[in-house]
Design a protein around this ligand. Structure first.
Ligand code: ATP
Length: 255
């Protein structure tokens, strides 16, 4: 796990004028895209043509990603515009980048810093998947300054507790997340900007019928109910859920 403020990649100075200009330009491009009818939007085929930061583009280039997959073409622009997303696509179709890029970009545009706490929570059903997501996050987020942590079973919870409250992004499995909610003093998810459930159908099978509101456990003090997180008093901009199979059970539970 990275230390608070340690960043996903190299250390960088405070936000520069170039970054501030880039954020306003991105906000205006995304504002236009959000206002345009969906069928009139020209969907980018290459990452370089997307309205995303140079840091993310550089991370993608370094990792060898140039062209969007079909699920990325369908999901990225709406998610970048801050819309909630409910998607299903088969294994290996590139869902991970379809949610990691919006996570990085929402925090970047909101000028999230090490002082702002937990801004993005990505929940995955298994350790192996969580680890894969974390590895991909480290690659594409390399140029950003955010701190990121991986919370999965099989490690000493005490060691994680020393750093978890300083993380901007967490990739976790449901059981370990619940453990931190129960046992880590000051663990706070109330400032979340983006919430991602990968393989949401499997997560819901694991945690039962309590669904997303309040995510994993009704009445949990460190995680306000979803409707509150989405109110103007809180900042949740988007919730992204993906499954590898689309079925009625998944759709009904996500309502
Ligand atoms: N645009 C892209 N160009 C090239 N390779 C890509 C692209 N997007 C994703 N990949 C690669 O394709 C592989 C599968 O992607 P990913 O793990 O995101 O799929 P997934 O749909 O999440 O599958 P799973 O359900 O198994 O997690 C990964 O190795 C990933 O790095």
């Amino acid at each position: 796990m990275k230390r608070p403020g340690g960043g996903l990649g190299k250390s960088q100075p405070k936000r520069t004028k170039r970054e501030a200009d880039e954020v306003s330009s991105l906000e205006s491009q995304l504002g236009e895209a959000a206002g345009a009818p969906a069928d009139s939007q020209d969907v980018a085929k290459r990452f370089d043509d997307l309205p995303i930061s140079e840091y993310t583009k550089e991370g993608l280039r370094e990792a060898g990603f140039t062209r969007l997959t079909a699920v990325q073409r369908a999901a990225l622009l709406p998610a970048l515009c801050g819309r909630d997303l409910l998607g299903a696509a088969k294994t290996g179709s590139g869902k991970t980048l379809a949610f990691l890029i919006p996570v990085l970009e929402v925090l970047y545009r909101r000028r999230w810093s090490s002082m702002d706490g937990l801004g993005a929570l990505i929940i995955s059903p298994t350790r192996e998947l969580a680890l894969q997501i974390f590895d991909e996050l480290r690659k594409v987020g390399k140029q950003h300054q955010f701190s990121a942590g991986l919370l999965i079973g099989g490690k000493q919870v005490k060691a994680e507790q020393q750093h978890v409250n300083g993380m901007n992004m967490l990739v976790c499995t449901p059981g370990r997340l619940l453990q931190h909610m129960d046992e880590t003093p000051g663990f706070d998810c109330s400032q979340l900007q983006v919430l991602v459930l990968d393989e949401a159908d499997r997560i819901l099978d694991m945690v039962g019928e309590c669904c997303y509101a309040p995510l994993l456990r009704p009445g949990c003090p460190c995680m306000p109910p979803l409707h509150q997180l989405q109110s103007p008093d809180f900042g949740l901009q988007s919730m992204i859920t993906f499954a590898s199979v689309w079925n009625h059970k998944y759709r009904n539970r996500c309502k």
